[in-house]
Design a protein around this ligand. Structure first.
Ligand SMILES: Nc1ncnc2c1ncn2[C@@H]1O[C@H](COP(=O)(O)OP(=O)(O)OP(=O)(O)O)[C@@H](O)[C@H]1O
Length: 573
């Protein structure tokens, strides 16, 4: 007589199970000490779910062809659909489809379908996992996030696998502090919630809402760790605002900085985004900064665009004036050159300033850095230099220029000028002894590197007001100049300060007040000069009120004799 299950009157126990149940009492008598196990087996064999499954099994094995599947790879087909549409998240229908496909029960259903379609329901023993599979195992990482603190990592959808992965771990952030999260790790779940099918924005949003303990399920990266953690101190030679950069992976992770700020670069793994923090900032999570390569590429594009729009901030005219030569004459001659490697070159190279590696320079007694005043012609460099020198002539000094003109009876060689023959001076020019020189009325005039060294060796502060072109020669380990930009105030302020003060413009044989056009030219040149050479300046003084500018210059001059300064690497010893 067939045994019927109490709760499933319509499901009959199959004959094999019946045989087992019938055999149980004899088993009990033969194994008296196994009573609990046999009792469990009895309950199991009578379980209605087991019999439902056995029933289904027999149905599926029915040879009437009613359960012929359309395909046996529904999971792969669903994954294919998922990958094809996963980036079209702007379409609500696609979003819904992605959501449905990522539901665990839908996936389980598809999986079961494939198993059945393949007839893969015969019992089998799982192979013993091999070591590589163990490596693929997920890791559960719990990190403690302070209130409002970001995770300290950026995420992206992997181009290879289509999975969400950690793009980079920010130095010093919560993820970095855990020591357990690496770039390339696949992110599968946050606080137990599967993120399969979510967009990076949704994941970021989800992460930002969590605080305290956050548990991440990650599949470790298979890539070999290629972290190139490094510490490099640099001066930023440009200004960066992450809010203005369209390509930054996460604006909140960006580090805004200004030209001249000192940054500690801590990671250069990524070719586009490096990681850095600002000097003197409390030690905290590093931010993303453009890599040198990325900045250069962006700058090239910006310049190309500016060229199209006909505005080129770099197109500053080469030096037209030399210190002793009146403006009108010099304009016609354009005779000013810098010699480099025996060739006449210009400082307006195509180099794109990004970061300059720096080190700390400690001021030493009686070894003062020369102060170099740079600015547009007529802004007041020489006036300020004169005033600084007059403040303490025993401490500040100027260089004695060289000339090939005849010595006047009242002049002393080495006092007003060093006098050389034309041949001698030309020889020295060719051997690059002059930081700047020019020709006026058939005679050469110039500033020699030797005369700068002379002042430096005398234990005085050497004051210079050369043209910008001379910086290429002056910015060396031997001279270590401190460059101060004398900047023009607004045109209105220039007119207000220069006109009533009867500021003088030098002309061929006379001096006269500035014209409005000349003041406009000064304001314009100042702007262009700052755009072009701003990264070289150590300090900027706006020369609006002469008294204020002089006071500020005295303050800076005193500061650089006492306080440590950031200088290009190699100048610090
Ligand atoms: N802040 C100021 N207010 C009023 N006049 C000023 C100010 N600064 C400079 N000047 C005057 O402007 C004139 C030009 O100054 P200065 O000769 O020092 O310019 P510069 O930068 O050395 O230019 P250049 O190389 O052409 O000589 C001088 O008469 C100077 O006294």
């Amino acid at each position: 007589m067939p045994i019927t299950l109490p709760l499933t009157s319509n499901v009959r126990i199959d004959t094999d199970t019946q045989k087992l149940l019938v055999a149980l009492p004899s088993l009990e008598s033969r194994l008296p000490n196994k009573e609990p196990e046999i009792a469990f087996l009895r309950r199991f064999l009578r379980n209605r779910y087991l019999h439902l499954m056995i029933h289904m099994y027999h149905k599926l094995r029915g040879r009437d062809g009613r359960f012929e599947p359309l395909s046996d790879f529904a999971v792969a087909q669903a994954a294919d659909v998922y990958c094809t549409v996963r980036f079209k998240t702007e379409d609500p229908a696609v979003r819904e489809l992605l959501k449905i496909l990522s539901q665990p029960h839908v996936q389980a259903c598809l999986y079961t379908h494939d198993k059945i379609a393949c007839g893969d329901y015969e019992p089998h023993i799982d192979p013993i996992p091999v070591e590589e599979e163990e490596e693929c195992a997920a890791k559960i990482v719990s990190i403690i996030k302070k209130h409002n603190e970001p995770l300290g990592a950026t995420i992206q959808i992997s181009g290879e696998t289509g999975c969400m992965e950690i793009a980079r771990v920010l130095h010093g952030g919560a993820a970095d502090r855990s020591g357990l999260i690496s770039a390339g790790d696949e992110l599968h779940a946050i606080n137990g919630i599967e993120i399969f099918g979510m967009s990076p924005d949704e994941v970021v949003d989800m992460l930002s809402k969590t605080s305290g303990s956050v548990t991440l399920k990650l599949v470790p990266s298979q890539r070999a760790s290629r972290s190139r953690k490094c510490e490099m101190i640099v001066k930023a030679l440009f200004t960066f605002d992450p809010a203005q950069d369209e390509n930054i992976p996460c604006k909140e992770a960006g580090l805004a900085f200004h030209q001249g700020e000192i940054l500690h670069i801590v990671n250069q793994d990524d070719t586009i985004w490096w990681q850095a923090f600002k000097h003197l900032d409390p030690p905290k999570r590093a931010g993303l900064i453009p890599s040198r390569h990325y900045h250069e590429r962006q700058e090239v594009l910006r310049r190309a665009k500016a060229k199209e729009g006909r505005y080129m901030p770099r197109s500053i005219s080469p030096c037209r004036y030399s210190p002793k030569i009146p403006r009108q004459r010099r304009l016609r001659k354009t005779m000013y050159h810098i010699v480099q490697n025996g060739v006449f070159t210009d400082f307006d190279t195509d180099e794109i300033p990004a970061y300059e590696e720096v080190e700390l320079y400690m001021p030493k007694p009686k070894q003062y850095r020369p102060i170099v005043l740079i600015g547009p012609s007529g802004i007041g460099r020489n006036e300020l230099k004169r005033r600084l020198r007059a403040s303490n002539p025993l401490h500040f000094d100027e260089v004695v220029p060289y000339t090939t003109r005849e010595r006047k009876p009242f002049e002393e060689d080495g006092k007003e000028y060093h006098f050389l023959t034309r041949e001698e001076m030309e020889e020295q020019i060719i051997s690059q002894r002059f930081v700047e020189y020019g020709e006026y009325r058939g005679h050469l005039y110039g500033t020699s590197i030797d005369s700068i060294k002379e002042v430096m060796a005398s234990g005085k502060v050497c004051l210079l007001a050369p043209h910008t072109q001379a910086l290429k020669f002056l910015r060396t380990y031997e001279v270590r100049p401190y460059v101060i930009f004398i900047k023009a105030p607004s045109l209105e302020k220039l007119k207000e300060s220069r006109m009533p003060a009867r500021a003088r413009a030098t002309e061929a044989e006379s001096i006269r007040p500035f014209t409005v056009e000349e003041l406009e030219e000064i304001a314009d040149a100042s702007k262009k000069m700052e755009d072009r050479y701003g990264h070289i300046f150590d300090y900027t003084i706006v020369n609006d009120s002469l008294t204020d500018a002089t006071t500020e210059l005295l303050m800076v001059a005193s500061k650089i004799e006492k306080e440590p300064q950031w200088v290009p690497v190699g100048w610090g010893q």
